[in-house]
Write a protein that binds this ligand. Structure first.
Ligand SMILES: NC(=O)C1=CN([C@@H]2O[C@H](COP(=O)(O)OP(=O)(O)OC[C@H]3O[C@@H](n4cnc5c(N)ncnc54)[C@H](OP(=O)(O)O)[C@@H]3O)[C@@H](O)[C@H]2O)C=CC1
Ligand SMILES: O=C(CO)COP(=O)(O)O
Ligand SMILES: [Zn+2]
Length: 349
């Protein structure tokens, strides 16, 4: 099948990578940028970045995106237009990066992704994940980042919970790829093999090196970043999140929609969803559960902070949220069977 894809133009992953930002910005012919971040992260990094940009005559405006919604994107767009910025730099976790990525895309500006934590693979992907007015997932395919710059010194200092969430999101590729292959077999869908192999490889890196990751060593952080880069590029090549988002993500999106009061992170929800969907696929769900336990990611409803009956509802209704063929379209679930699965996989008592 035809492939027509863009990938990130530059990738820098190293300790102190923040110092590479000026040369990358200048290489794009830019001297005036907008930084999209949030107040806490800017209090942590703002002075250093100010010095780095000031020292090279790079002018910048800051936009604080406390939530990833239309208002934040519009505010960022207004600042981009009013300052006639050449480029948008996203600094932070998933929310600021999504707002920066989408505002840059809509304003037709370069976008540099500078994640401060690897809590999922959005830092390296063309995807912006918003919600429609009914709370359904809106997976918007924009463009891959012009550059991905990951300062492993900064990411290594991120709360372990965030990094464990990133591990969960990457492990989810075990079932997202299984769903994609099922869709090709049973629903005649065409998906580039290269994108599936890249997504599978991302999960394999994390699963085969889980003890290194659990130490949160420099090498462990680097492996998580590399897995995220592979996943992001897989989506760029596939032209959608299909290789990296299957039934395990539908479960996560169902939690977002039907349990709005929850406090769990995307990758944490995906990790638990992967246990469930691996069971449905007849895959080795115990390996997945063990890996999540090793990095301290949630493996149960109580750790997600979701009541049992809500969790059952989310499994039963996950398939409603998106027209994307997954294992949920190939099995007939009911409350009793879902409870049996949740008990057998130790997600509920
Ligand atoms: N584009 C994509 O492919 C995807 C996008 N998403 C979107 O991403 C968002 C979820 O992203 P996620 O990262 O899980 O959650 P958040 O963006 O909400 O970040 C979680 C927390 O991480 C904190 N944080 C980030 N970096 C650091 C750091 N280095 N040190 C200390 N705290 C840090 C933030 O703190 P503070 O707020 O105080 O700065 C924030 O409270 C949602 O909007 C979701 O829709 C989800 C999946 C995929
Ligand atoms: O989270 C993602 C990949 O990890 C993006 O997936 P969605 O397209 O389901 O938002
Ligand atoms: Zn994800």
């Amino acid at each position: 099948m035809d492939i027509r894809a863009e990938l990130p133009g530059k990738i820098v992953v190293k300790p102190g990578a923040k110092d590479s930002l000026p040369e990358i910005i200048e290489s794009l012919g830019c001297t005036n940028i907008v930084v999209v971040t949030d107040r806490n992260l800017w209090s942590m990094l703002g002075r250093e970045l100010e010095n780095i940009f000031g020292g090279r005559g790079i002018a910048f405006s800051t936009v604080f995106a406390e939530s990833a919604d239309g208002n934040s994107v519009e505010a960022a767009k207004r600042t981009i237009e009013s300052s006639n910025a050449c480029l948008v730099l996203g600094v932070g976790g998933g929310r600021p990066i999504d707002v920066a990525k989408y505002a840059a895309f809509l304003s037709k500006r370069f976008f540099i992704s500078f994640p401060t934590a690897i809590s999922h693979d959005g830092f390296a992907s063309p995807i912006v994940a918003l919600k429609d007015p009914q709370g359904n997932p809106l997976s918007i395919f924009t463009r891959p980042p012009t550059a991905v710059v990951v300062d492993t010194d900064i990411v290594a200092q991120a709360p372990r919970r965030l990094l464990a969430s990133g591990v969960g999101d990457i492990i989810g590729k075990v079932t997202s790829v299984a769903d994609a292959r099922l869709a090709m077999r049973l629903a005649g869908e065409e998906i580039p093999e290269i994108s599936l192999v890249m997504a599978e490889s991302a999960a394999r890196i994390v699963l085969s090196e889980i003890d290194e990751l659990a130490r949160w060593s420099t090498r462990g952080i680097e492996l998580l970043v590399q897995a995220g880069l592979l996943a992001g590029m897989a989506m760029s090549i596939a032209g959608s999140s299909r290789p990296c988002s299957g039934s395990e993500h539908l479960f996560s999106h169902a939690l977002d929609k039907f349990v709005p009061e929850r406090k769990s992170l995307h990758g944490e929800q995906v990790g638990v969803g992967t246990i469930i969907m691996a069971y449905l696929h007849g895959l080795e769900w115990r390996e997945i559960r063990e890996a999540l336990l090793k990095v301290g990611a949630p493996t149960s409803a109580s750790e997600l902070g979701v009541p049992r009956e809500k969790l059952v509802e989310c499994v039963l209704r996950a398939g409603e949220l998106r027209k994307r063929f997954t294992i949920l379209d190939a099995v007939r679930l009911n409350e009793e069977l879902v409870l049996k699965i949740l008990r057998e996989t130790k997600i509920v008592d």
